[in-house]
Design a binder for this molecule. Structure first.
Ligand SMILES: Cc1cc2nc3c(=O)[nH]c(=O)nc-3n(C[C@H](O)[C@H](O)[C@H](O)COP(=O)(O)OP(=O)(O)OC[C@H]3O[C@@H](n4cnc5c(N)ncnc54)[C@H](O)[C@@H]3O)c2cc1C
Length: 499
């Protein structure tokens, strides 16, 4: 049988959102075809680059044990705390400056726990997350991130695809969708290239889960602004905004923060796109332990404004607006042992020096005198050495008297040897998307569903504005993916096969 015939639901993409959509539609009895522009080696989009943290609502360790295989040792020795729907909602509202769409966010939050349980039932394995610190001798979690997919995003793709294959879902690689087929207002399939040949694939419903426009330099410049074309892409090269263009051309409504994106500090010499060996390890998120300086040798952001899981996604944008689009992160020997593992990889742009003067001379592209003025002023403004420094909480150890404060974890940087790491902007994904209902139906300008079209993952607009709390992309992608798959299958039951 031709793989493009007798399809109920086409799912465009093979990342987290698409895979959840495909599995959910299949669960409802639909015949599902997944399409990916990528080669099989590069399957799974940004999901395959993700660290695997998933933000989730839970009441206690009993809830978590429905998601993670916890050993008795874990239960006894780890303090998991709780993370309520109100906590999740507050975090989303605060970091998005109260702009996120309340109903869309509420659906993601209220479905987060049951969706992770569902993922586990589909064969995804979870482990305790890394956002934890020793408090009174006990490993203590905070901030809604106790769950991490075992072996990260690449493992998630592997586990979801193996379940998809077992469930009889066909996956076609090297098959970019280029357009939606329409019969009057109803979406009836996609036009695609399959191994270089144009094909039209008809189906009762289509789910678009094919990412934002982060890998499209032209769209980045058009929507995000000057110099975004020069940003490094942290993940897949295939998320070129085609899905968004297809949906908009079919009459879907643009929604969300189109001029903003998730972007973080990324090694200065990382390749143009994500690298399948190093993956996320180019990221450099330990800046709260030190300071960041630009080409003038000046600090330009508050490294201790909040926990890094609430600042990293907007600090890439701050780096982009610095002269030359780079910065150096500076640490002394008190900080070095606490740096994340991503600082210890071979592919890193790093210098070390015994003294600050020697370091100043080694910071390529930086005004040495400016740097020495900055660090001298910073050290003079930092609290005394005996102040109670604690990275497990916002310790309130702030600088005094600086025009640009460091609000927490301010410690003098004066114990050599010193280490410095060069970073630039790495874009993760774009925030602008399509307006959907809480059933993941794509809506038109009048707020009505576009019959037969469903949207999930990075393509959903209205969730993220200005910033992003860590671990939310995979959770929202899984929730809206599963919702889109279910809605698409339900819609497919109600309509005939297009001819
Ligand atoms: C380095 C890195 C680390 C991250 N860490 C985390 C984390 O720990 N936790 C978290 O929650 N989030 C994390 N994220 C963000 C997270 O990965 C994304 O939010 C999420 O994976 C997006 O899933 P998605 O299914 O929407 O898109 P993707 O996973 O990007 O999938 C999109 C798919 O569409 C395909 N595609 C694109 N265009 C077409 C087309 N025209 N036709 C057919 N196929 C097409 C792509 O090839 C791909 O398969 C991270 C991202 C990166 C890059």
């Amino acid at each position: 049988m031709n793989q493009f015939e007798h399809v109920d639901v086409i799912v465009v993409g093979t990342g987290n959102a698409a895979s959840c959509a495909a599995l959910a539609a299949r669960e409802q009895g639909a015949r599902v075809l997944m399409l990916d522009a990528a080669t099989e080696d590069a399957r799974g989009g940004n999901t395959a680059y993700a660290g695997g943290r998933m933000r989730v609502v839970y009441r206690d360790v009993d809830d978590l044990s429905k998601i993670i295989n916890l050993s008795d040792d874990d239960v006894q020795n780890i303090e998991f705390g709780r993370y309520t729907a109100e906590n999740f909602f507050d975090d989303m509202a605060r970091v998005t400056q109260y702009r996120c769409h309340p109903d869309l966010v509420e659906h993601a939050i209220n479905s987060s726990f049951e969706t992770l349980v569902w993922l586990r039932d589909k064969g995804v394995r979870f482990q305790p997350g890394r956002q934890a610190a020793r408090v009174n001798g006990k490993l203590t979690h905070w901030g809604g991130l106790p769950c991490e997919v075992w072996s990260g995003g690449a493992g998630l793709v592997e586990m979801l695809h193996s379940r998809a294959r077992a469930d009889g879902i066909t996956i076609c690689f090297e098959t970019p969708a280029i357009d939606l087929l329409r019969d009057h207002s109803r979406i009836t399939g996609v036009r695609a290239f399959h191994q270089g040949r144009a094909v039209e694939i008809r189906a009762r419903a289509v789910v678009l889960a094919c990412g934002g426009f982060e890998a499209n330099a032209e769209m980045r410049t058009r929507y995000l602004g000057p110099n975004w074309d020069l940003a490094k892409v942290r993940g897949t090269r295939y998320n070129t905004g085609r899905g968004l263009q297809m949906a908009l051309a079919a009459g879907a409504r643009a929604y969300g923060h189109w001029s903003c994106a998730h972007a973080s500090a990324w090694d200065l010499n990382a390749p143009e796109y994500g690298d399948s060996v190093v993956r996320g390890a180019y990221q450099k998120h330990s800046y709260p332990l030190g300071i960041m300086v630009n080409a003038r040798g000046e600090r330009f952001l508050d490294e201790g404004a909040d926990y890094p899981s609430y600042t990293y996604a907007r600090y890439g944008r701050e780096i982009l607006s610095q002269p030359g689009m780079f910065a150096w992160q500076i640490f002394d020997q008190r900080a070095v042992p606490e740096l994340r593992d991503t600082y210890r990889i071979r592919q890193v742009t790093k210098v070390t020096a015994a003294t600050l003067e020697e370091l100043a001379a080694k910071l390529e592209g930086v005004d040495a005198a400016g740097f020495l003025r900055t660090i001298t002023a910073f050290n003079a403004a930092a609290p005394a050495d005996d102040a109670p420094y604690n990275t497990a909480v916002k310790d309130g150890l702030a600088t005094h008297g600086l025009a640009l404060p460091k609000s927490n974890w301010a410690r003098r940087i004066d114990q050599g040897p010193f280490e410095a790491y060069a970073v630039t902007t790495g874009i993760t994904f774009t925030f602008g998307g399509i307006k959907v209902s809480t059933r993941a139906e794509a809506e038109d300008d009048g707020g009505n569903p576009l019959p037969g079209l469903f949207v999930a993952g990075e393509m959903v607009g209205g969730l993220f504005y200005h910033n992003y709390p860590a671990g939310t992309g995979l959770t929202c992608g899984a929730v809206y993916g599963r919702t889109a798959g279910r809605s698409a299958a339900a819609f497919a039951h109600t309509v005939g096969m297009p001819v």
